[in-house]
Ligand binder design. Sequence first.
Ligand SMILES: Nc1ncnc2c1ncn2[C@@H]1O[C@H](COP(=O)(O)OP(=O)(O)OP(=O)(O)O)[C@@H](O)[C@H]1O
Length: 259
Amino acid sequence: MGGKVKAVELAIQCRGLGKRFGKYTAVQNVSFDLPAGTIMGFVGPNGAGKTTTIRMLCGVSIPSEGTAQVLGYDVYKQPEEIKQHIGYMTQKFSLYDDLTVEENIDFYGGIYNLSGETAANDKARTVARINLAERMDQLVASLSGGWKQRVALACAILHGPKLLVLDEPTAGVDPVSRRVFWQIIRQLAKEGMTVLVSTHYMDEAETCDYLGFIFYGQLIAFGPPAEMKAREQKATLDDLFVYFVEREAVDDPRNQRGR
Ligand SMILES: Nc1ncnc2c1ncn2[C@@H]1O[C@H](COP(=O)(O)OP(=O)(O)OP(=O)(O)O)[C@@H](O)[C@H]1O
């Protein structure tokens, strides 16, 4: 009691973040703090604004309003620094089918400007982490969806990012591959990487340290999953999700704005 509270290092800090496309407000007033080294699940129905928010935080899309610091960099002033220090994997990740696993990894190493000993070390570390050694000579075209996803993850973390951003990484992947993928993600977080992951799978969301629930472009709840369920007195995340959607389901307010 009375001792100094150690400041928590934040990987993401955003306040009132919003994005308009013309007169349409896709995302509005998103605020949260994500401590470094934690996993945040981002959930919400289709079209809620997950990808739009993620793109602003990755320095890919300039916000229309609000502020955000990602790994200490400002999304308006330092988007290039953000892009260099994060790993970003989307659902439609890009791998070259007619190259081998190793050639794909080397290609991404080139994009990140890795060379010499650093490149060799980064590659060896990544291949070991993702357990890809036995597949290095295989053509990507001949891999299953689950293995392709692991190769895409390898390419996203090759440069040792402090923040890994995954936009629906496991959509359409079989349950066993999903489980393996999440074991890797949790291991990366244990080693200090911060992870922001959007998902429609509540079993995945359940294991995150923090959850953000976005609906009609607004972050309507943020916190540890257990706290969120307790706050609304719901037994499962499925129940909580349905409760939020039914509670908030009026006409999409984004359609009325800006008219
Ligand atoms: N470039 C754009 N121009 C106009 N509207 C856009 C653009 N990008 C996204 N939107 C709209 O913004 C809203 C939020 O879309 P977003 O892709 O962020 O949702 P999402 O939560 O990621 O959905 P999903 O789960 O389907 O991927 C949607 O209504 C979408 O149509």
